[in-house]
Design a protein around this ligand. Structure first.
Ligand code: MN
Length: 376
């Protein structure tokens, strides 16, 4: 039996340059930071995970710096000497030590699963129930402002094989935003599938008319139209909608949220993300609860880097059904990587890595190059 006793945990913040500024509802970024978490075992195998926050703490409340601190100071000391295969036991321990901190715990759990996968020579998809597909269709997210540049980018991406686009919305006044996406969708064409995501910035009344407008211009889904706590509002929008799917993102993070969404018939689909769920195994549970109730599961993103994208891809590859595709574009937004091999994309699809564990390995020279030096 391999000895997967944890002998140490290493955390490294890297700041990777991105190819163009990415605009969210209230926020814009030009570098993306990641926390690389390496779990070293007595067997000599090192598992890797990645902590992420999409351009800062605005989405989840967790920052990269905070994730590093909670792991270094509180979670790692409890992990050293433990058995990397005892995922349930370790998890219970972390939850006693720190409430929440879901993205940090997800990063640590991915590192453990990666070590386990390497020891047994199997991918995380195998550990998570087995892959049902080898590639994942990738929806291209367009920045929340600007028309000319967004049009150029959309046309380029469709030419590269992406068949679906997501409009980040909410940065403009709703009427202007609606005009902008209608104009873009008309120019890009009707062969492409469209989704809008205002990150919960609309109130219920605005959302009601905006969704009718989006439906009229042929959008297939709207993601998190109302604030995250308004599950009831989501459910009302879903009742009123005709063909357009109401997708939850911020409203449905952990398995208990999935149960609530099912109970309230709050949505047609959910953007599943390992980080917000607190790890790959919790995200697996979220997926199974939703799928059992006939709610679609979409492969969401928090703009993970190469490690996080590979880990998410391993999970999404196991989905019984993949509603609206996935959004694993992180590596395509970065102008460099920290892995030995880049993730491969072809015809608008991400090729799920097939190697053991997460399926990609760190390039320590690259890690050294992008490592944050001032504080981490
Ligand atoms: Mn979203």
């Amino acid at each position: 039996m391999p000895n997967l006793t944890v002998s140490g945990v290493r955390t490294t913040i890297v700041d990777l340059p991105i190819v163009r500024p990415h605009r969210f509802a209230h926020h814009s970024i030009d570098t993306q930071s990641y926390l690389l978490v390496e779990v070293v075992t007595d067997a000599g195998i090192t598992g890797v995970g990645e902590g992420v926050s999409p351009g800062g703490p605005w989405w989840s409340g967790e920052s990269i710096e905070g994730q590093k601190d909670i792991i270094d100071r509180y979670l790692a000391p409890a992990l050293v000497g433990g058995d990397a295969e005892d995922l349930t036991g370790l998890r219970r321990q972390w939850d006693k030590i720190a409430f929440g901190n879901l993205f940090a715990k997800a990063a640590l759990e991915t590192a453990l699963l990666d070590a386990v996968g390497q020891v047994y020579g199997v991918s995380l998809a195998t550990l998570l129930g087995g892959a049902t597909r080898a590639t994942l269709p990738v929806r291209w997210p367009l920045s929340g402002a600007g028309t000319a540049q967004a049009l150029e980018e959309a046309v380029d991406r469709v030419a590269l094989g992406h068949k679906s686009i997501k409009f980040k919305m909410g940065a403009l006044a709703p009427a202007d935003d609606l005009r902008r996406v209608a104009e873009l969708a008309e120019k890009v064409g009707s062969d492409v599938d469209y989704l809008g995501d205002p990150n919960g910035t609309w109130d219920l009344r605005t959302a009601s008319w905006a969704i009718r407008e989006l439906e009229a211009i042929g959008f297939s889904a709207v993601e998190q139209p109302v604030p995250r706590r308004d599950l009831r509002g989501l459910g009302e929008l879903r009742e009123a909608a005709n063909r357009i799917d109401i997708m939850a993102d911020e409203s449905v993070c952990v398995p208990a949220d999935a149960l609530d969404a099912v109970g309230r018939r709050a949505c047609d689909s959910v953007a599943v993300k390992p980080g917000k769920a607190g790890g790959l195994r919790a995200a697996r549970l979220v997926t199974d609860v939703l799928d059992t109730a006939g709610i679609g599961t979409y492969g969401g993103t928090a703009i993970e880097g190469p490690i996080g994208t590979a880990a998410s891809a391993q999970l999404f590859a196991t989905f019984p059904r993949l509603a609206h595709g996935c959004e694993l574009v992180g590596p395509l937004l970065l102008s460099d990587t920290v892995t030995a091999e880049p993730l491969s994309y072809a015809d608008g699809e991400l090729i799920v890595p097939t190697g053991p564990g997460v399926g990609v390995r760190l390039d320590q020279d690259k890690v050294g190059r992008y490592r944050r030096r001032d504080r981490g």
